[in-house]
Design a binder for this molecule. Structure first.
Ligand SMILES: Cc1cc2nc3c(=O)[nH]c(=O)nc-3n(C[C@H](O)[C@H](O)[C@H](O)COP(=O)(O)OP(=O)(O)OC[C@H]3O[C@@H](n4cnc5c(N)ncnc54)[C@H](O)[C@@H]3O)c2cc1C
Length: 473
């Protein structure tokens, strides 16, 4: 046990940094396999970016969180964990362009009547031109702009991708690495998107276009809550506990220093799984990492978000799961209405709208007062015609740091320097979205946690491994 102000350095314990889906999935596999696990999370609840916030009977996630995976093992794992809490939600999404709503993904008839024949012909002509150019020389895209223009043509890039991407990332599309697009919309071409629109290809073939998904009735955070409860049966979950320092001898981690309301404690362990942002991990090492590694880590950036949730005295505002708002004159980037995911997300007869402001920690949006943010959000919702100010019951502001790893052109060199250094450690396993600086979805995060746990189990006695296989089967 970890007690009082100290713990035994020699104790056979796996220490997990961060209680999001990655850390919890790792902790779950290890504790189910009979190992002693301690998970440290600095928030007051589990789930990290995939948590659900509860306020006076209203429930909301930090942006729309649908569960979808192509990995049968992860799907079976989540289905078994959640049982009859899971519901199937049809995806209904729109995009607000040039003052009009378009179905998303784009449907040709909708787009044709919405954008007009001239723009549609330009889209097709541009697309055709890019296909012809490809026959002469295969493009090697460096940036998001290069990639989208090469795959969809310039007109579709300008209308569909440019404004929204720049709103999300806060930098020009020519500075966002093409690697991001490859991770995000891999395998999606205009012909596939059009085929999907006309012939309704199965969504499983195109993850970006999947048309239904799984969701826990009481919010996405339920997955983390269930994992955490299972870990709590045999291991230890420490909330409101921040990892402040990581002690190492060369390439071996000896212990971490954690801070909670009782002060600072040192926690020893044999193996350490880190799902906290890699930039933080590097900054906490003691003795510090070499200067070039620290500089490389410091140059990796994340995009942050500010969520303003507006509770509304009306049964329903939209019929959409989420709505993209690329328009620059509306500061909100995306809206979702949780009651269209599950009616249990609000008290009877009421609803809520979750608005997202993409931001950088410390910028003008991030630093604005809660009251200021609420009035911008309500003003935007009124301008969009969704609500009247008198219908607002209450609003909540949630700041979400390190929500998206930002893949700027040239980031790879710094990433390699950081992970090249981390690879040298004998008992430190970096995993997860911020932990690996990857555009991971929840299924990837769960898998990353499980993989880190299995790596540790594989080093142990066979009896432990047998237990793990049972846990995962
Ligand atoms: C707006 C948005 C929408 C998304 N929508 C979807 C979706 O529809 N479908 C999907 O599959 N995925 C979606 N995702 C991705 C999904 O949220 C992530 O893949 C997943 O939550 C990552 O889990 P993680 O555990 O790796 O990271 P995190 O959730 O970031 O967990 C890291 C944890 O470490 C903790 N921590 C950090 N520093 C410390 C410290 N010093 N001490 C202790 N604890 C610390 C943090 O509080 C956090 O809980 C979305 C993400 C965002 C931002």
């Amino acid at each position: 046990m970890i007690e009082g102000n100290h713990c035994t350095e020699t104790e056979d314990r796996i220490v997990v940094l961060g209680g999001g889906l990655t850390g919890l999935s790792a902790g779950y596999v290890l504790s189910t396999a009979g190992l002693t696990v301690a998970v440290f999370e600095h928030d007051s609840v589990v789930g990290g970016i995939s948590k659900t916030v509860e306020r006076d009977g209203f429930r909301f996630d930090l942006g729309p969180h649908r569960f979808f995976t192509k990995d049968a093992r992860i799907e079976a794992f989540v289905k078994e964990l959640m049982g009859d809490e899971l519901i199937v939600v049809p995806r209904r999404t729109e995009i607000f362009i040039r003052g009009k709503y378009f179905n998303y993904p784009l449907e040709p008839v909708n787009a044709l009547f919405g954008m007009g024949i001239f723009t549609t012909l330009r889209i097709l002509a541009n697309y055709g031109w890019e296909r012809v150019k490809r026959l002469v020389k295969k493009p090697v895209p460096l940036s998001l702009e290069d990639w989208v223009v090469a795959n969809f043509g310039r007109t579709l890039f300008n209308i569909y991708f440019k404004e929204y991407s720049e709103k999300v990332w806060g930098v020009d599309c020519s500075r966002i690495s093409a690697e991001w697009v490859a991770q995000r919309i891999r395998g999606l071409s205009l012909s596939k998107a059009v085929m999907h629109a006309f012939f309704k290809l199965k969504g499983r073939d195109i993850p970006s276009l999947v048309d239904q998904f799984l969701y826990p009735r009481l919010g996405i955070g339920r997955i983390s809550e269930k994992l955490s409860r299972e870990i709590g049966q045999s291991g230890s979950m420490f909330l409101n506990t921040s990892v402040e320092r990581i002690h190492r001898s060369g390439f071996t981690i000896n212990s971490i220093e954690v801070k909670d309301q009782n002060g600072i404690r040192t926690i020893g362990g044999n193996e350490f799984i880190s799902s906290i942002p890699v930039t933080k991990l590097i900054s906490l090492l003691d003795p510090p990492a070499p200067t070039d590694v620290r500089e490389a880590a410091a140059s990796l950036k994340f995009r942050d978000i500010v969520i303003v949730t507006v509770m509304v005295d009306r049964p329903r505002v939209t019929n959409q799961t989420w709505i993209y708002i690329p328009e620059k004159n509306i500061p909100i980037g995306r809206i979702h209405e949780p009651t269209n995911w599950s009616s249990s997300m609000a008290p009877e007869g009421k609803t809520l709208l979750v608005t997202e402001f993409f931001s950088f920690e410390g910028d003008e949006i991030w630093n604005r007062s809660d009251d200021g943010l609420v009035s911008i959000a309500i003003d935007s919702l009124v301008r969009l015609g969704y609500i009247r100010p008198a219908e607002v019951i209450e609003s909540v502001v949630t700041r979400v740091p390190k929500a998206y790893p930002l893949f700027e052109v040239g980031y790879r060199k710094n990433l390699d320097a950081v992970y090249g250094f981390l690879a040298g450690f004998t008992n430190l396993h970096a995993a997860g979205r911020g932990g690996m600086f990857k555009y991971y979805n929840m299924d990837h995060a769960i898998k990353a946690g499980m993989d880190a746990a299995e790596k540790i189990l594989n080093r142990r006695a066979p009896v432990r491994r047998e237990k793990c296989e049972v846990a995962l089967s």
